[in-house]
Design a protein around this ligand. Structure first.
Ligand SMILES: O=C[C@H](O)[C@H](O)COP(=O)(O)O
Ligand SMILES: C=C(OP(=O)(O)O)C(=O)O
Length: 449
């Protein structure tokens, strides 16, 4: 493909309806910002995206499990060393639990280093009779409820890029520089072990891992093998101007990659077959996820496969189902059956968060930990019944001790939600709830095999 024809194809989305795009007041400013982004260094390399595709191909074959997670909405002020380390630590702890207790290689994908834009149900928010544009993520406007803050500001796209770079740089340093060394499995838990039942359970597992590592060392295995881990970044490819500006032609292959993240996904609200998001994603070579909610039909899923993975490349396409605990057992089987009949290589991941949100009497958006667990259980049951592979989970979590979802080991109740409700959009599992979930999922995975 020539560079000129590749560029034309990469812009084909511009002629199609693009849902959930912010209205910017000054198109000239958007042009200036995207021109600057188009010159900015890539955040990831095409070869890394291909490596993730290989790992996801293992998932398709039933040989690995995906743990994808992080904030609902990252914020600029949250791009600090402490916050990033706490999230990463939680992800690493969950991955260790899944790898050890579930006996499966875990592909670690952060919902991190780029998750700065949010699709919204309503374009405006009303508070006390005042109507302002909805908050659409720090890449678009501010969270504070004032007209100045809620103005869509294209310069925020640059800040999103820089915060993504800082976050990814830290993640790379933590995961390659010794912090993620399996021999540190106790150290990640130090601040947690005394205060939480999940922390104590994890500590026991870390001792078992110590023994296993000592055994392997005694057998001659090289301990340096456990020094670092592979970590990949992902976010929703929502703001097409931003994603397009960060798309580059790979010098090795001449093919386009969106270098804003290793993997990007298309959301439930933007997956229209004739829409701009699917068109854009069909042109880039990254691994792509698509969220599928309870109203998706099997024919739509097949049409998405045709558009996004016509060559049947394993690892290219992941379906992230988010049906809700009450719907998954009815809605998922026919989807999987039809896709399997077509022999389409798809990785199936369960997002047990987005179909289980409700509003507490206090007005806080929340989720029940039990519903989250029940949706994952339904996901495993369906795959088990059909003989297909439950390929992973996609969750919203934070490494901090927030009170945003109810239930879990600490029994957070609706009256507690106000205590530490810090999310900029949807409720996240806190660290204890995340670890509890990892133990339960590991158990489900072991049984499913
Ligand atoms: O994270 C997903 C969506 O952006 C979020 O659920 C939308 O929330 P809203 O319904 O409050 O707009
Ligand atoms: C918006 C999201 O999810 P969904 O598209 O599934 O609603 C999300 O994961 O942030």
């Amino acid at each position: 493909m020539s560079i000129t024809s590749a560029t034309g194809e990469l812009d084909a989305w511009r002629a199609l309806p693009a849902a959930q795009q912010p209205e910017w007041d000054d198109p000239e400013e958007v042009r200036a910002v995207t021109a600057e982004l188009a010159q900015a260094p890539p955040l990831v390399f095409a070869g890394e995206c291909d490596q993730l595709k290989d790992r996801l191909a293992d998932v398709v074959r039933g040989e690995a499990f995906v743990l994808q997670g992080g904030d609902c909405a990252e914020t600029f002020t949250g791009s600090t060393a402490d916050a990033v380390r706490n999230k990463l630590k939680t992800l690493l702890q969950m991955a260790v639990v899944l790898t050890y207790a579930g006996s499966v290689p875990v592909v670690k994908i952060g919902r991190m280093a780029g998750q700065f834009a949010k699709p919204r149900s309503k374009p405006v928010e009303v508070r006390g009779g005042v109507t302002l544009p909805a908050y659409r993520g720090d890449a678009v406007n501010g969270f504070d409820f004032t007209p100045e803050s809620r103005r869509n500001d294209p310069r925020r796209l640059l800040q999103a890029y820089h915060c993504s770079a800082v976050t990814l740089n830290l993640c790379r340093a933590f995961t390659k520089g010794g912090y993620a060394d399996l021999r540190q499995a106790h150290a990640w838990n130090q601040d947690f072990v005394a205060s939480s039942p999940a922390g104590r359970r994890y500590e026991q597992l870390a001792w078992e891992i110590d023994r296993a590592l000592a055994f392997m060392k005694a057998c001659g295995a090289d301990p340096e093998e456990f020094h670092g881990v592979e970590f990949y970044s992902s976010h929703e490819a929502l703001l097409l101007e931003y994603e397009r500006a960060l798309t580059r032609i790979d010098s090795r292959s001449g093919l386009p990659y969106d270098v804003s993240a290793h993997m990007v996904w298309i959301g439930e609200r933007t997956r229209a077959l004739d829409g701009a998001h699917v068109e854009f994603a069909s042109r880039i070579r990254n691994p792509i996820g698509v969220k599928l909610g309870p109203t998706v039909s099997a024919d739509e899923a097949l049409a998405l496969i045709d558009r996004l993975n016509p060559d049947g490349e394993p690892g290219r396409l992941t379906f992230i189902t988010r049906m809700g605990a009450g719907r998954i057992r009815d809605a998922l089987p026919s989807l999987i059956e039809k896709v399997s009949q077509n022999a389409a290589p798809v990785a199936w991941i369960c997002d047990p968060m987005h179909g289980n949100t409700f509003e507490a009497p206090s007005g806080h958006k929340t989720r029940r930990f039990d519903d989250v667990v029940d949706e994952v259980a339904g996901f495993f049951e369906v795959h088990r019944a059909l003989g297909t592979h439950p390929g992973g989970i996609h969750i919203e979590f934070t490494g901090d001790d927030v009170t945003e979802c109810v239930g879990g080991g600490h029994e957070i109740v609706e009256d507690d939600l106000h205590q530490r409700y810090e999310t900029a959009c949807d409720p996240r599992l806190n660290r204890g709830q995340s670890l509890d979930l990892a133990f339960m999922v590991a158990e489900m995975y072991r049984k499913a095999r």
